[in-house]
Design a binder for this molecule. Structure first.
Ligand SMILES: Cc1cc2nc3c(=O)[nH]c(=O)nc-3n(C[C@H](O)[C@H](O)[C@H](O)COP(=O)(O)O)c2cc1C
Length: 192
């Protein structure tokens, strides 16, 4: 089993990364993380070359990442909540899934076999809105473009009061709650 993680947090040691650091040791099989903020990936510019060609007009590392996406059994999107949405850089990155949508629905390319996958979502937030629904909705929609159904969401909504950097000083009850949620989430990733 191969799990591809797309992390959209711009903070190298931020809350999303801390949560991923709790998840990844429990993942069975191979996993790979792409930190989308630090990758030089242009957003889809809707040039529509892929309507008639099986090559994206943008020449960047996405060509390699497309292969990872095709290989993956699980796709995990991870992001801080930015204005109730996935982070901008993650949205830029996943806009390039348009290539798969067009290949499947417009070019009707039967040679491109996008196998069924399971989708997962990790969100962190700690602002005033705490409205996660817009991010969840878009994640579910975008995952569908790569034939992934959103199976489970892990939300950590209190990074303002309890930043995960301070995990070791949290009271025991909160530590246990977070640990249990991470464990349950990862069990689902592992198909248990
Ligand atoms: C531009 C921006 C917008 C944000 N919008 C929200 C929001 O709408 N709701 C919320 O709960 N937190 C919001 N936050 C807070 C972050 O989601 C929160 O600090 C998050 O846990 C940071 O994760 P990270 O350390 O992985 O980047 C926002 C932060 C930024 C920088």
């Amino acid at each position: 089993m191969y799990t591809l993680i797309l992390n959209g947090s711009p903070r190298k040691n931020g809350d999303t990364v801390k949560l991923l650091n709790m998840i990844t040791p429990q993942i069975r099989g191979k996993y790979k993380i792409i930190n989308t903020f630090f990758e030089d990936i242009s957003p889809c510019n809707d040039c529509r070359k892929c309507y008639t060609s099986n090559k994206c007009s943008i020449e960047d590392n996405m060509t390699e990442f497309y292969k990872y996406i095709l290989d993956a059994d699980n796709i995990l999107l991870a992001s801080p909540l930015h204005y109730s949405m996935l982070s901008g850089n993650l949205l830029n990155f996943i806009s390039r899934f348009q290539y798969f949508f067009v290949s499947h629905n417009i070019r009707k390319d039967s040679t491109l076999n996008i196998k069924e996958k399971r989708g997962f979502l990790v969100l962190t937030g700690g602002g005033a809105t705490k409205d996660f629904y817009p991010a969840e909705k878009i994640a579910s929609l975008v995952l569908r473009e790569i034939n992934a159904k959103l199976v489970k969401i892990l939300k950590y909504t209190i990074t303002d009061k309890f930043p995960l950097n301070n995990f070791s000083s949290f009271e025991e009850k909160l530590k246990q709650k977070i640990t249990q949620e991470v464990h349950d989430f990862t069990k689902t990733i592992n198909g248990e």
